[in-house]
Design a protein around this ligand. Structure first.
Ligand code: NDP
Ligand code: 2IT
Length: 444
């Protein structure tokens, strides 16, 4: 058995109840097989693959909090500190009822290679809770965030582990957690990113994931001799990533015709009106179906995903496994020729196989959505030098980073004979830097 197969078989045996993590590990291990085969003896001797697939540490804890009616609750809290070979652990916090150790391990594992692809000195981590912020008052969210940080603060720090946002964690939650960290530790340091602009946040961090996604889409289009302007784009989700992907795609001349939430999707043949989405999601924290109240010419499809809508480009920006094999086939049959993932692992294994078989341009999340964590790393730099850069400066660096990722991914794919297979390219390019660092640092 090859070293890669042996390690994967052992993981399956050790973690049979972690399907999301096993899926993420399988995809990476399969992709990096050519690199591993070329270095098998050295990697085996140093247990490189056994180490890279096991988190350095997982912290789990209870989070007690009291709701507005005085009723007490207990949620689970986690931080997966996966890999610090190339920098402090870095990655978001997710608050969603589905959160469990498997999902956070898959996200933390992906984050290792994503962060490496940015070229910046950040290791991989992820955390969160099964707390559901939907329908909670500001005061409830504040108390929950304070309780969560009252435990988490022991394990993080500006040079140790720097969390940020993810699903269910945006500017409001980061601010509450930052306030509590500062209060408990008496430190004013960049321990979280995605902070407000008045207390160490970076301009363009809010927009970074969505903008970065569209910047790399633009690079892919250029590489294929095509243009983004005038193309029809389908987006899922209507949160942070979806909103700013929509904004940048529109600024670059594309027409975005859908957004969604967990209840259903909106189709607006005239192009999504982002001011309406901002009002529903940012101001009122309401459901996307209300879009059609403001725009009666649009349609709302309850309980459905937008993958049946005809488009050139699909940008899944909601959650993992939101495109299955059947949806992928429908997309391709309807003429979709580019898929770039704003979300982490939104395409399931069958969907990825379909995209690769049909040879459409498919950029996996660890490359396509790396703009968010990249600007988080720029926020860390600004915090360290106690200076703030202009929007244009940060946005310019983001553009360069996304163009750099596209080149690295394409180059690595071509070097191993997998031209235009961005899955192989992203995994190999992300892995190489981390593997070199881990081999150099010895058996730790
Ligand atoms: P938000 O919480 O701002 O938005 C999430 C969106 O996805 C909402 O519209 C939400 O709908 C929808 N959604 C969440 N879970 C599900 C589900 N199970 N089924 C259907 N729809 C769902 O999160 P973000 O925009 O920050 O994150 C979206 C994706 O992007 C995630 O995969 C995240 O990991 C990834 N990502 C985020 C980055 C960031 O900087 N924020 C960086 C890189 C990747 P509803 O409100 O109904 O739940
Ligand atoms: O998945 C991700 O890359 C994020 N949620 C952003 C992480 C970060 O540290 O900014």
């Amino acid at each position: 058995m090859s070293y890669v197969s042996e390690v994967y078989a052992a993981l399956e045996k050790k973690h049979p109840y972690e399907p999301e993590f096993l899926e993420a590990a399988k995809r990476v291990l399969d992709s990096i097989a050519p690199v591993v085969d070329a270095n098998e003896d050295a990697y085996r001797k140093m247990c490189l693959l056994e180490r890279i697939t096991e988190p350095e540490r997982i912290i789990s804890f209870r989070v007690p909090w009291t709701d507005d009616a005085g009723v007490n609750h207990v949620n689970l809290g986690y931080r997966v500190q996966f890999n610090s070979a190339i920098g402090p652990y870095k990655g978001g916090l997710r608050f969603h009822p589905s959160v469990n150790q498997s999902i956070l391990k898959f996200l933390g594992f992906e984050q290792i290679f994503k962060n490496s692809l940015t070229g910046l000195p950040i290791g991989g981590g992820k955390g969160g809770s099964d707390f559901d912020p939907h329908g909670k008052s500001d005061a409830e969210v504040m108390r929950f965030c304070q309780s969560f940080m009252t435990e988490l603060f022991k394990y993080i720090g500006k040079d140790v582990d720097v969390p940020a946002g993810d699903i269910g964690v945006g500017g409001r939650e980061v601010a509450y957690m930052y306030g509590q960290y500062k209060r408990i530790t008496n430190l004013y340091e960049g321990v979280l990113t995605g902070k407000g602009l008045t207390f160490g946040g970076s301009l363009a961090r809010t927009e970074a994931t969505g903008y970065g996604l569209v910047y790399i889409v633009n690079e892919i289009c250029k590489g294929a001799g095509k243009e983004l302007a005038g193309k029809t784009v389908v987006i899922s989700g209507s949160g942070n990533v979806a909103q700013y992907a929509c904004q940048k795609a529109q600024q670059l001349g594309a027409k975005v015709v859908t957004v969604s939430d967990s209840n259903g999707y909106v189709y607006d043949p005239d192009g999504i009106k982002l001011d309406v989405v901002f009002d529903i999601k940012q101001k009122r924290r309401a459901r996307i179906k209300e879009y059609v109240d403001a725009v009666p010419t649009a349609q709302y499809f309850e309980g459905e995903k937008p993958w049946g809508v005809k488009c050139d480009i699909a940008l899944p920006c909601a959650t993992q496994n939101e495109i299955n094999g059947e949806a992928a086939k429908t997309l391709v049959e309807n003429g979709c020729w580019l898929v770039a993932e704003g979300a982490n692992m939104p395409s399931d294994a069958d969907a990825v196989d379909t995209f690769l078989e049909k040879k459409i341009l498919y950029m996996p999340g660890k490359a396509a959505n790396a703009g968010g964590v990249a600007v988080s790393a720029l926020e860390m730099s600004q915090n360290s030098e106690r200076l703030s850069w202009t929007f244009e400066e940060v946005d310019g660096k983001l553009k360069d980073i996304m163009a750099g990722i596209y080149s690295k991914v394409s180059e690595a794919a071509a070097r191993y004979g997998y031209e235009n297979n961005f899955v192989v390219g992203a995994n190999i390019a992300g892995f190489e830097k981390v593997a070199t660092a881990m081999m150099a640092q010895g058996l730790v």
